[in-house]
Design a protein around this ligand. Structure first.
Ligand code: ZN
Length: 119
């Protein structure tokens, strides 16, 4: 598994085996993470507020995604602004928690390098 696959599958950045988030998904705790990796024992929250930076990752990539989707639907499909905003809202209702989780996963992957010996 490469780094990109590990990010999007939300695996431990160091061993790429353990899960970052508690399974199965629970709507009352959508961002509940494991405290440590089940495989290599990496601490997933090394300091309080560690995932604050993930908010900026989420903001950046949803911002560009919104511009891209609105641009494509208006310029190439000839939709109105109302139609494309409705599509965006519908899309983000469905993908909201997934985006937050992937942003956290990206953030920890940028910070902690892969280590072969923990595999
Ligand atoms: Zn691990």
């Amino acid at each position: 598994m490469n780094k990109l696959q590990s990010m999007f599958r939300m695996k431990c950045p160091r061993c790429r085996q353990g899960d970052l988030f508690i399974k199965p998904f629970n709507f009352s705790k959508p961002l509940a993470m494991e405290s440590h990796c089940q495989n290599c024992n990496l601490n997933y929250e090394p300091e309080p507020g560690y995932y604050f930076g993930a908010m900026f990752i989420s903001y950046i990539w949803t911002g560009w995604l919104c511009l891209f989707i609105v641009g494509v639907t208006i310029i190439f499909l000839g939709w109105t602004i109302t139609q494309s905003i409705a599509l965006l809202i519908g899309m983000f209702v469905v993908t909201y928690f997934w985006i937050l989780r992937v942003s956290r996963s990206m953030y920890i992957h940028f910070d902690i390098p892969f280590d072969k010996k923990n595999k």
